[in-house]
Design a protein around this ligand. Sequence first.
Ligand SMILES: Nc1ncnc2c1ncn2[C@@H]1O[C@H](COP(=O)(O)OP(=O)(O)OP(=O)(O)O)[C@@H](O)[C@H]1O
Ligand SMILES: O=C(O)c1ccc[n+]([C@@H]2O[C@H](COP(=O)([O-])O)[C@@H](O)[C@H]2O)c1
Length: 215
Amino acid sequence: MGAYLKTIALFGGTFNPVHFGHLRMALELKEALGFDEMRLLPSHQPAHRAEPGVSAEARRDMLALALEGCPDLTLDERELAREGPTYTVDTLEELRQELGNNVSISFCMGLDSLLGLPGWHRWERLPELAHLVVVTRPGWQMPRDGEVAELLARCRGSMDDIRGEPAGRILMREQTLLPISATAIRSLIGRGRSAQFLLPERVLNYIQIHQLYKS
Ligand SMILES: Nc1ncnc2c1ncn2[C@@H]1O[C@H](COP(=O)(O)OP(=O)(O)OP(=O)(O)O)[C@@H](O)[C@H]1O
Ligand SMILES: O=C(O)c1ccc[n+]([C@@H]2O[C@H](COP(=O)([O-])O)[C@@H](O)[C@H]2O)c1
């Protein structure tokens, strides 16, 4: 294997709002796998779910507040400026053009997202543009057959592969996720209950000041 490449990881989501589950997962992945950069990538208009109801600017502002004082995690705002549905393949094509082929790009996702990958826009192009880092929870089932199982059989690799190649590998990593979801946070606030200790205090203050998620 040749020299190691610079490694950039992306962690995409709606972040409506960002919470400690997202932040811990991103930080642990960066530290455990040794990525040079871990970028949180808020989507403008998610491709496979309803409109978030909270503006892209507000979701971005909350992420920026959450990342204050955490130099290990950065914010990549490129999807927010794009009109129409946010497709990961467009983002990765843009990024690849910007960075060239001598950089290793990894897109991080949960196993649930990997199982749904064949529904993503131009999904077969994704491994040509980036590696996929897939976080599994203890006890989760890997697919046995179908397109994703075939992709895994072809592409499964290690962190050494990811450091040495620009794209094309799938790394499976078992990690315990904090049991927090943005849906539960929105529901708590909507019912007038407290969401304290589930997300950064600064983000909670922003939600209160802007009266977000009130039913
Ligand atoms: N508790 C968690 N720990 C680690 N990762 C998470 C957690 N919740 C969501 N994720 C991951 O974060 C990314 C962005 O998720 P998203 O913004 O949809 O958050 P969410 O909390 O699942 O939101 P919602 O409840 O609105 O679906 C996805 O890859 C998702 O798998
Ligand atoms: O490109 C697609 O077709 C596509 C379909 C579903 C999800 N994604 C991306 O996957 C990431 C997590 O999405 P979500 O909806 O679980 O927050 C986020 O970056 C989305 O843009 C992308």
